[in-house]
Design a protein around this ligand. Structure first.
Ligand code: FMN
Length: 350
């Protein structure tokens, strides 16, 4: 691929350029990787219903998430290991997201600490928490994120236990001394990354009050796939949920995220904000997700592809390409404003 013109081209380039163990880490998932494939295939089963002769000469892609204006309904999702894909890692991603006018979520498992990332960033940030066994250190990690100016805490609930990623078992991650998790080092865990968040503790709903007590920031729950859990999350006072199966990385055979979305959005019925991730690769995917009840989507692997290929410029281009596709799709479909998108934009396969 000489000049990439879509996200898939970045995937192909990243595959050529990244070492195999890293490519496998980024691309791979649990067991037979059925859910990874289904996350993508499920978008193909949803059809768009264009409306004609609408004035779409001016198109508005902007929206808000938890009150934060963003220039398009696409955010950068949390992903660890960014510094392995590019020396500037999370710093490059943060700069590119800010330049694109959107929000970026950074993982507790980032190599650069949230303090370092915030110093480089020009746009809004959320901090994604993996709680530690040591509660006091967890509290300091969240306090660091709050002090760095993060606007929300995202609690990921899909990865408390190590996953059966078979590519990873066959081709273990090559770790080097630079692969230190900055957020952990800053709260007294100088551990080298070993492929699982070592000092992490599995939580239950009973711990939600404690999580809440760590910060006054809005709390977002990442990894909800059922309306039942969406209800329980609302009972526990979360401000938003991210419908996600962790990009098929944790457990194989679960619902594709885009198929889980509509019944969750129906149950939530506007009580809190609903976001989604998993398999978003095209502007039309973004519009389908919005039609099915997401306020915005997050990107996982495509950001890492851009980062691995060309650092900040690569992430900027990935976000720019997707923006262009969304804008064009809006023109083609008769959608002047993403905020007006409703269920009538799609028909689910019968
Ligand atoms: C290499 C890699 C690392 C990830 N690390 C995290 C993480 O630290 N925390 C988290 O909540 N999700 C993590 N994720 C999951 C993403 O946030 C997201 O849910 C998923 O990648 C979305 O699917 P997509 O890759 O198809 O866009 C990671 C994903 C990848 C590919």
């Amino acid at each position: 691929v000489a000049a990439p013109i879509n996200l898939r081209d970045y995937e192909a380039l990243a595959r050529e350029r990244l070492p195999k163990f890293l490519w496998d880490f980024i691309e791979g998932g649990a067991e037979d990787e059925l859910t990874i494939a289904e996350n993508l295939a499920a978008f193909r089963r949803i059809h768009l219903r264009p409306r004609v002769l609408v004035d779409v000469s001016r198109r508005d892609l902007s929206t808000t998430v938890l009150g934060q204006p963003i220039s398009m309904p696409v955010m950068v999702g949390p992903a660890s290991m960014q510094r392995a894909a590019h020396a500037e890692g999370e710093l490059a991603t943060a700069r590119a997201a800010g330049a694109a006018g959107t929000l970026a979520v950074f993982s507790a498992g980032s190599f650069y600490s949230i303090r370092q990332i915030a110093a480089a960033a020009s746009g809004p940030l959320w901090f994604q928490l993996y709680p530690l066994i040591n509660r006091e250190a967890t509290a300091r990690m969240v306090a660091n994120a709050e002090a760095a100016g993060c606007k929300a805490i995202v609690l990921t609930v899909t990865a408390f236990y190590g996953a059966r990623r078979e590519r990873h078992i066959r081709e273990p991650l090559v770790t080097t001394p630079e692969m230190q998790i900055g957020n952990l080092a800053e709260v007294g865990y100088p551990d080298v990354y070993d492929g699982v968040a070592d000092p992490m503790v599995p939580l239950t709903w009973a711990d939600m009050e404690w999580v809440r007590s760590l910060s006054r920031l809005p709390l977002v729950l990442k990894g909800v796939l059922t309306p039942e859990d969406a209800d329980t999350a609302i009972d526990h006072g979360v401000e938003a949920i991210i419908v996600s199966n962790h990009g098929g990385r944790q457990i194989d055979g679960v619902l594709p995220a885009i198929e889980a979305l509509p019944e969750i959005a129906e149950r939530v019925a506007g009580r809190i904000e609903v976001l989604m991730d998993g398999g978003v690769r095209r502007g039309t995917d973004v519009l389908k997700a919005l039609a099915l009840g997401a306020r915005a989507v997050l990107l996982g692997r495509p950001i890492l592809w851009g980062l691995g290929v060309a650092g900040e410029a690569g992430v900027a281009r990935v976000l720019g390409l997707l923006r262009g596709e969304i804008d064009n799709a809006m023109a083609q479909l008769g959608v002047p404003d993403v905020k007006g998108i409703g269920r009538s934009l799609v028909r689910l396969a019968r």
